[in-house]
Structures are given as C-alpha cells and as structure tokens.
Design a binder for this molecule. Structure first.
Ligand SMILES: Nc1ncnc2c1ncn2[C@@H]1O[C@H](COP(=O)(O)OP(=O)(O)OP(=O)(O)O)[C@@H](O)[C@H]1O
Ligand SMILES: [Mg+2]
Length: 361
C-alpha cells in the first residue's frame, strides 16, 4: 500500500550540523520542497530550495542561524519546490542538544503557510471592501438614511396622535383610554431619538456601540415595532426563534434596523398576495458559530433585472421609496462581519437573510 502523505498540514523538520550541512529531513519536509531525503541529506548551502535571486539574503539568514541568532519567533521565507513552484515557509530554528549536553546542530520546523498567506490576503481585500462600503455612506447619504429610518417612528407617532385626537373629538374619551396610545407615542419618539444618535455615530465612523446581546431578543424587539403595520396589511407574522438563544456581539439598534427594513420590504412585497397567503416568516437559527436571521415573504419575488441593482443606493421600484434600505442593511451587517443576501422562496416570494458570527462564550 502506498503511504499517503497528509499534505500541507504536516510540519517539515530539517536538522543541520554546526557547519550547516543537512543531517536529517522528515517526509513532510521532502514533500514540501519536492526533493527526496537522499538528495538533501549531506547537502551544504546553497540548498536547492533556496531562491536563486535571494541567495545573499538567504546566506545571511543561514549564517545568523548558525551563530544562534535566529529570530526566536521564527521567520518567514520563500522557498522553491523542485517543480519550480514557490511557497511561503514559516521557519523556527532551535539548537540540537545531545543527551550529554553537547550542541551538535540546529533543528528547524518548517510550515508551508502559502494557504494562510492567501487567506490573509483575502481577509485584507475584504477589509478594504468593507471600508469602501462604509465610506459609501457619505454625509449626503446620511440625510437620506435619517429620513428613511425616521419615517417609521414618525408615522407611528402621527397615527397614535390621530387616534387620540379622534377619541377626543368623539367627546367620550376616558383618560385611561388615552394613556396606552400616548405611552406608545412616547416610546416611538424616544426611538426616533435613538435612531438619530446611533446612525449619526455610525456615519461618523466611530465604532458602532457593540455589546453582547441575545439575537432572539433583538429580532423579537424589531418585529414588535411592526405588529400594527402587519395587522393593518392583514399579514400573519410567524416568528420562529432559536431555542439555543444565540448570543452575538452587535449594536442592537443597528441590527434591529436591518430586521425592520427587511421585514418592511417583505410586507410591502405582499401587497398583491391573496390574503390567505400573506405570511411573513421570520426565523432565527444558529449553527457552527454562525447565527442566521431569515425574513421570508410570499410576494412577487425578485425579478432578474431588479436583482442586480437591489443593493445600489437609491435603487427603488416603489413610488414612495428612497431605495436606501437594502444598501444600509448590507453595510450594517458587513460592519458586523456578517453577510446579507437573498434567495428565491420555494413557496414563492423572496427570502432575505443575514449572518452574524456567534459570540464565543
Ligand atoms: N422582499 C422583497 N420582495 C421583492 N422585492 C424586494 C424585496 N425587498 C426589496 N425589494 C426590491 O428592492 C428594492 C430596493 O429595496 P430597498 O429597501 O433598498 O428600497 P425601497 O424599499 O424601494 O425603498 P425604502 O426602503 O427606502 O422605502 C425595492 O424597491 C424592491 O424593488
Ligand atoms: Mg425598503
């Protein structure tokens, strides 16, 4: 049976004597560089896996190791494989001490970190993209953002106020009857204030007010704000929370905004849906360190030509729409290291969903 070498995860080991001659290499090291142990053991510098254009630098490093001056935290170097391929290696050098205490050479552990390098590069690119996304929200857009987000509490305030006035006009208003709507009105006014403060902070690029919070509670809270509107539109809201009660590090007001926006879009999408099918499914789930919030509607779904521009600022198909909702949602979720996307709903309509990393406890 051929012995399958487990590849990149293994640590290469290479021993050298005090003169710098290779005295031992393990199979992982041979696999990394592509030369066999027979070819390597006994070699003196320059080693075949050194880069021809970096000879001087590599010699200098080699001499430092032999002097005992190798960086204690290891060093990174590019080596070449026998097939010409290059790879990033992370090397740790330690003295080889015999049982009688004699120092006979140096043992290096060598890790192929090419994959890790690639991952780091990806992370860096993603970070840049994130910054670009955040920068998208410029001062001009902030005005739209505020207008957009404030619409909700302001229209609620207006409708509570109208309700109270109607009661008063009818002449049979009891004080107790007015207490509840006026209290709700107050809550909405406070909410409006919160939104202004939080979004203002967000735009000013101060870090969002991130704190541990229970995602179930955040989603529940957001959906609470939409009860009245759902009733008005005769939409049944099915809220399914995660029994595992996932915790996330998040700015809860901003995440609430996202849920509100997605749920409001979903409700608006069901204007033409027959009443019996007007169901809004909101689900919180978590698995493998990732929490997911799903907002599924049974509306008309997303047409392909709409799909492309959905997240573009000011894109809207609605006469009254501002078209900032989804753009802001995505910026907010990405600034929390999450992802936001949509899929067609197999039951008809669209499913908008976002992830957030679960807080490690
Ligand atoms: N659940 C959905 N089903 C179908 N289309 C959707 C859905 N959500 C969003 N869209 C489409 O995406 C567009 C952009 O949504 P977005 O929330 O950014 O802005 P808007 O809802 O049009 O306006 P605003 O949110 O500013 O009032 C909408 O106009 C609509 O065409
Ligand atoms: Mg919207």
């Amino acid at each position: 049976m051929k012995w399958e070498f487990p590849g990149r995860v293994a640590v290469g080991m290479r021993a050298r004597d005090l003169d710098g001659r290779i005295t031992y290499v393990n199979p992982a090291f041979c696999h990394m560089v592509g030369w066999s142990a027979d070819e390597l053991v006994g070699s003196m510098p320059p080693m075949p896996y050194w880069l021809p254009e970096d000879m001087e630098k590599t010699y200098a490093l080699h001499r430092a190791v032999l002097r005992g001056d190798a960086p204690p935290d290891g060093f990174e170097i590019v080596f070449r494989r026998k097939n010409g391929e290059r790879f990033h290696a992370l090397v740790y050098e330690a003295p080889l001490i015999e049982s009688d205490g004699r120092h006979t050479g140096w043992m290096a552990s060598v890790l192929d970190v090419t994959e890790r390098k690639k991952a780091e590069e990806l992370a860096r690119q993603h970070q840049e993209k994130l910054q670009r996304t955040s920068r998208l929200i410029t001062m001009g857009e902030m005005a739209s953002t505020l207008a957009h987000e404030l619409n909700q509490p302001l229209s609620a305030i207006a409708s509570y106020a109208t309700g109270c006035l109607n009661r008063l006009a009818a002449g049979d208003a009891k004080v107790e009857e007015l207490t509840a709507p006026l209290t709700k009105l107050g809550v909405q006014a406070q909410r409006a204030g919160h939104i202004i403060r939080r979004i203002h902070d967000f735009v000013r690029k101060s870090d969002p007010l991130v704190a541990p919070c229970a995602l179930n509670r955040v989603v529940e809270g957001a959906m609470g704000f939409l009860e009245a509107e759902a009733r008005k539109r005769a939409i049944r809201v099915d809220l399914e929370l995660d029994p595992r009660d996932p915790q996330v590090e998040a700015d809860r007001i901003l995440i609430e905004q996202v849920v509100l926006n997605l749920a409001r879009n979903a409700m608006e999408a069901m204007g033409q849906t027959p009443a019996a099918e007007r169901i809004l499914d909101v689900t919180v789930e978590s698995a493998d360190g990732l929490a997911v919030v799903r907002v599924a509607d049974q509306g008309g779904g997303i047409a392909p030509e709409v799909a492309e521009s959905l997240f573009t600022p000011f894109f809207t198909t609605k006469s009254e729409g501002m078209g900032m909702g989804l753009n802001i949602c995505r910026s907010i979720i990405e600034s929390h290291r999450g992802r936001l996307w949509f899929e067609p709903n197999p039951d008809g309509g669209a499913i908008f969903q976002f992830t957030l990393p679960e807080k490690l406890s």
